[in-house]
Design a protein around this ligand. Sequence first.
Ligand code: CO
Length: 134
Amino acid sequence: MNKKQIIYLAIAAVAAVGLALLFIKPSPAHETSMTMPTTSQAMASPANDHSVVIANYKFSPTPLKVKKGTTVTWTNTDVARHNIVADDGQPAGGPSGPLFGKGETYQFTFNTVGTYSYHCEPHPYMHGKIEVTE
Ligand code: CO
């Protein structure tokens, strides 16, 4: 083996180790980046951040259980405009918002314990429920 061959071998060995590291490294890094959002979300949600998605003229999730003082955000993914209005006979302090379109949100903070049934005014068959506890 001459000097040139040894250098080539050395380069090949370094490259092989480098490649091996490339293949080994992504999985732990990926796992870390996967757990990070979950962790920050878990830290943010207990206090006062909950979401309801409107898709295909349906609220999800429903019922949604939250603690008093929670701000609920509804996000509309439909082309149709929807709104959030407490049904008749609900506890005082329920939501009653304007129509909002695709990609828009409506927020309401529930400061009073109770079960709030709500609907969408243009589509009265759209029903949702928020259960607010201490
Ligand atoms: Co609607």
